[in-house]
Write a protein that binds this ligand. Structure first.
Ligand SMILES: NC(=O)c1ccc[n+]([C@@H]2O[C@H](COP(=O)([O-])OP(=O)(O)OC[C@H]3O[C@@H](n4cnc5c(N)ncnc54)[C@H](O)[C@@H]3O)[C@@H](O)[C@H]2O)c1
Length: 294
């Protein structure tokens, strides 16, 4: 099927980026949020990113305007009715996702495809909540979706070959590097990366190093582009807890359990970059490690 119109559900960290790259690729995009505030915030981020690209001379103003014009923000599921593909990027909570799919399944064209951007939940569990499990796949983008090259394409138990092929074709059209991943908890990348981030938090709890030194250590010693605690802040500490809870239950291994520090930070509302505070304080010009005492 040729994609012309994409629905994106959720306009947070991931949803706004997915909406933007789809619109940049020339597709009509309808993005749904739960309230006007979240919608404005997400679209504001898209506008800012496009503005930056214009400033840097990477994009013409007219093209940036055209990209924005292709994105229709909405609070109504009904506005996604004639989409060819709907990608969900809502909060990592199975009950919320199932409720959302139930609402969407009834209003979106029967021949449209559905995809979840979940980091850790089973694609098959979500597919089973719809009348179209053969048209349902996992499309796992990385943060920021506008920049990160990888797309994991996940075949769930009942995904049809055409749905999986659509996932690879979409990745190619968006200029992504695609890999096929099984429908296990965390697919390929998070299966390896989440225990690493959690271990870095445990290392910090155990006094192995300061926030800055742990991050610097992994950047300078392992050539990682950012340290694990910066990465955790970037992912969102609330999302990291949600992912680790799913993975800990699935794998039954201690390495996937959320450390106490992480839970306490999330309970306190410190979700990382998106709330301005996590392992670093982002209120100034430069991030400051919260354990630095400054
Ligand atoms: N943060 C990451 O690095 C990352 C990377 C890849 C995948 N993911 C996955 O992407 C999904 C979204 O994560 P995020 O980091 O963007 O979270 P986020 O908290 O930044 O955004 C989630 C958004 O979904 C909205 N939402 C909740 N229920 C909704 C509904 N029924 N309809 C429309 N909008 C709804 C919320 O208002 C919020 O704005 C999760 O499944 C997560 O696991 C996250």
């Amino acid at each position: 099927m040729e994609i012309k119109k994409v629905g994106v559900v959720g306009c947070g960290l991931m949803g706004h980026g997915i909406a933007q790259i789809c619109a940049q690729n020339g597709w009509e995009v309808v993005v749904r949020e739960i309230d006007q505030g979240q919608l404005d915030k997400g679209i504001g981020k898209v506008r800012k990113q496009l503005g930056r690209a214009v400033e840097k001379g990477k994009l013409e103003q007219a093209d940036a305007d055209a990209v924005l014009a292709r994105i229709t923000p909405t609070l109504e599921y009904g506005d996604l009715a004639d989409c060819d593909l709907v990608i969900e990027a809502i909060t990592e909570d199975l009950d919320r996702k199932l409720e959302m799919w139930e609402a969407l399944d009834g209003v979106v064209r029967d021949d449209a495809y559905f995809a979840t951007n979940t980091s850790s939940l089973a694609v098959a569990d979500q597919a089973a909540a719809t009348k179209r499990p053969e048209r349902f796949i996992g499309l796992h983008f990385f943060n920021p979706a506008q920049v990160m090259p990888l797309l994991e394409v996940v075949r769930a138990e009942r995904s049809g070959d055409d749905a999986v092929q659509l996932g690879f074709d979409l990745g190619e059209q968006l200029g992504k590097t695609t890999v096929a991943a099984a429908d296990n908890r965390g697919f390929i990348v998070n299966r390896l990366l989440v225990p690493y981030m959690l271990d870095a938090i445990r290392a910090h709890e155990q006094g192995v190093g300061s926030v800055q030194d742990i991050d610097t250590g992994m950047m300078a010693g392992a050539s990682h582009p950012m340290g694990p605690l910066t990465l955790a802040d970037f992912v969102g500490l609330d999302t990291l807890v949600a992912i680790s809870d799913v993975m800990a239950e699935a794998y039954g291994e201690d390495g996937f359990a959320a450390p106490d520090t992480l839970r306490r930070m999330v309970d306190a509302g410190d979700f990382g970059r998106k709330t301005g505070r996590g392992f670093y304080d982002y209120s100034g010009e430069e991030p400051v490690p919260v354990d630095s005492g400054s």
